[in-house]
Design a protein around this ligand. Structure first.
Ligand code: BYC
Ligand code: FE
Ligand code: FE
Length: 472
């Protein structure tokens, strides 16, 4: 890879003049999008960031101060493995594709565009958060996530440019034209149009929504389209950090909530300037139910087609499964019949969205157990956080036409409406959380609603100057 290239890469861009020119034409549009829609008010400041400069274990995490518009967004793919075979579906064991097979072009383009669209969307959703960062440490983590989502956009745009010709280039332009939350040109998936303009939602988003990203990327990293597999595999190494920001961030808010509840004579965390566990639970209910939608319908012929064609596999398809055809088995799916929940057997291939959602839910349950450990350690007893049922508060898929309580039991519309404010954040809850959003920019200082992390970034102390901010 050559760092002197205008676009850092390990895909030998220099030898493909046409592709390089196309990407160099897209680059100023990306930068102009970044200036308009990236972190507002911090573009000139020096932020201590990690930059990927190669895919090797020692090279992909290079830390230094940079101004974000000067971040080196590069194109990196995991190296090609000699003779890679398609891992699943009807063409299992056939040689993996280095080019897009004509008959799957539409499907592949659609998946890549959907994946790509989420990356800039999240940057747009988070663009105002720097103004209210609870600490320099958190500010730096936010911007690290943002520049890496920008790099993920680059990674997907490279695939569109290299493998999809003219319509790929058009899709790449359109990715810079849609806007999160815009009524006329919204982002593709609903969650990416939700407001994420305070930090509790940011931590929930990186916990729950980025985690959907992990499982979607993992499924794509099994793809028979080798460039997509190699590209998403490298994205996953960066994604791990986003997930830790979310999981630890929620954990730190939970820790403060528990400590404040204990410290207050009336057990009122809000009176101590913290966020109460009841409100945190409602945010979990909201963001978890929003993120589980991202896996698509429980019964999906799209998912069956993606699997059959070898485009999108299961999480750890090669490592974890023996039967890569998935034609014999069925999936026992809870469905509503005659007003109650019963089980229906669905051919496994049609249930692939649900199989992936199962992995995701298990991972979220693990995180929730960790947060409950934080509560127990604080000494607070008799309270615990729970994940809602995946049936709760759905508007896509098999459960969308019915109301469920957080435990997953069917309830009437009237009961749901009556209890909604107990289950989901109210305008008053949101206003309270918003009222706490006051910036803390002195090194080592933290907002009173969040506990400091256990350790800093890359061996640096917690009070390290993670950003050199101009006076403001
Ligand atoms: N919102 O067969 P169905 C990330 C549509 S996050 C709106 O049930 P399918 C990140 C669907 O398109 C990961 N529409 O679903 C995180 C279809 O439309 P048509 C992003 C939705 O196709 C944080 C219809 O409903 N990556 O990386 O099997 C920060 C029926 O579809 C939604 C991917 O998603 C929805 N939630 O699965 C930064 C991977 N769900 O055909 C980044 C790529 C479904 O009726 N995407 N629909 O017009 C996919 O693999 C699939 O498109 C989905 C949907 C899993 C999303
Ligand atoms: Fe991403
Ligand atoms: Fe991410």
């Amino acid at each position: 890879m050559s760092l002197s290239d205008s676009i850092p890469n390990n895909v030998d861009l220099g030898s493909d003049r046409k592709l390089l020119r196309a990407l160099e034409k897209w680059q100023p549009n990306f930068l102009s999008w970044w200036r308009d829609m990236g972190p507002e008010g911090f573009q000139e400041d020096q932020i201590w960031l990690r930059t990927a400069i190669s895919v090797h274990a020692d090279g992909w995490a290079h830390y230094d101060y940079v101004r974000m518009p000067e971040y080196r967004w590069g194109i990196f793919l995991e190296p090609q493995q000699g003779d890679r075979r398609i891992g699943f579906g009807d063409e299992a064991d056939v040689k993996a594709w280095d080019e897009v097979p004509g008959e799957y072009r539409g499907m592949l383009r659609r998946i890549i565009v959907t994946q790509a669209d989420t990356e800039p969307a999240s940057v747009e959703q988070q663009r105002l958060l720097g103004k209210t960062a609870p600490s320099l440490y958190d500010l730096r983590n936010l911007f690290q996530v943002n520049v890496e989502e920008g790099r993920h956009l680059w990674a997907m745009v490279h695939l569109l440019h290299q493998y999809f010709g003219r319509d790929g280039r058009e899709e790449a332009e359109a990715l810079l034209e849609r806007r999160s939350g815009d009524v006329d040109k919204p982002r593709i998936l609903t969650t990416f149009n939700e407001r994420t303009d305070e930090w509790l939602s940011f931590f929930m988003f990186t916990m729950f929504t980025d985690r959907d990203g992990k499982y979607q990327l993992s499924a794509l990293s099994e793809s028979g389209f080798d460039p997509l597999a190699r590209c998403t595999r490298f994205m996953l190494t960066e994604e791990a950090f986003h997930l830790s920001v979310g999981e630890n961030g929620v954990g730190r808010v939970v820790q403060r909530a528990a400590e404040a509840t204990l410290a207050d004579p009336n057990g009122d965390a809000r009176a101590q300037g913290a966020i109460d566990l009841t409100t945190i639970q409602k945010y979990i209910n909201f963001w978890f139910s929003s993120a589980v939608e991202l896996f698509g319908g429980e019964v999906s012929s799209n998912a069956a087609d993606y699997f059959a064609t070898g485009i999108k596999g299961r999480h750890h398809e090669r490592k974890k499964y023996d039967d890569h055809a998935a034609l014999r088995d069925v999936y026992a799916l809870p469905v509503v019949e005659g007003g109650r929940v019963t089980t229906q057997e669905v051919p496994l291939r049609n249930a692939m969205n649900e199989v992936l959602r199962d992995e995701y839910v298990r991972d979220c349950e693990r995180a929730c157990r960790r947060w409950n450990q934080v509560i127990r350690k604080s000494g607070l007893t008799g309270v615990a956080l729970t994940l809602p049922s995946r049936r709760f508060n759905r508007s896509i898929g098999a459960y969308a036409d019915h109301c469920f309580d957080p435990a997953g039991e069917i309830v009437s519309d009237a009961v749901f409406t009556a209890r909604k404010d107990d289950w989901l954040p109210t305008p008053e809850d949101r206003a309270y959380v918003q009222s706490l959003m006051v910036p803390h920019y002195a090194p080592g200082e933290f907002a009173p609603w969040i506990a400091p992390p256990r350790k800093g970034v890359k061996g640096r102390p917690i009070d390290f100057e993670y950003a050199k901010l101009a006076a403001r």
